[in-house]
Ligand binder design. Sequence first.
Ligand code: ZN
Ligand code: ZN
Length: 244
Amino acid sequence: MLKIDLHIHSIHSGHAYGTIYDIMRDAKSKGMEMIAITDHGPSMLGASTHIHFMMFGRSPKDHDGMEVLWGCEANIIDGEGSIDLDEKIVKKIDLLLLGLHLGTPYKDLGEKRNTEAVIKCFRKHPIHIFVHPATLFYKYDVEKVYQAACDNNILLEMNLANLAMLEDGDEKIRFEDLKKMVDIAKKNKKKIIVNSDAHFLHEIGDDSLLKKYWDRLGLDESMIINNYPDELRAFIKSKKLQKR
Ligand SMILES: [Zn+2]
Ligand SMILES: [Zn+2]
């Protein structure tokens, strides 16, 4: 079980099923120490509006001693690397996740321009984590994108839902792309983050599949930032300072 899981969806994503209170209670009962509730950005089909994210100033930062962060899994919406969250809100939330998703205004521009769009986005916004980097909803050059994440001090994510997709033989994910991600992070002496991307309560913090792929992916405990809470906190804070 993860102690830290910074990618969890609530009913405010439109296709996830726990309330924020269900999530906090569930994570606490599993002995977790830090979670982030990170609903999909407003441009995704069925997601909440900007007003949802504007309320975070009043949200609980702690649940019975467990740290709770409030973030957004924002979407890239065009070839210029724009995202679907107002800059004012980006400055206020605890955590900015970024993803390239279906069900958003993004239009496939082909591999080269999709790659450029992601990299432009990395340079423009104070992103903490590039989520499920190996999911190819839209084709892009994975090696260039992984390298750009490292260059822009953005954490690459080992997404546990991706491993479940791999198990299911889903074509949108390939083992070799996950392996490349680990290799490129290592080469750049960067840590990666492990997150559940939970849409249901039972998925929160559940890293049981990771053990199965651990050796084949070439992972080692020293490259997992979840093992270093103080370093993770400092990283989150450094990006927030950049936002001012
Ligand atoms: Zn996503
Ligand atoms: Zn997600």
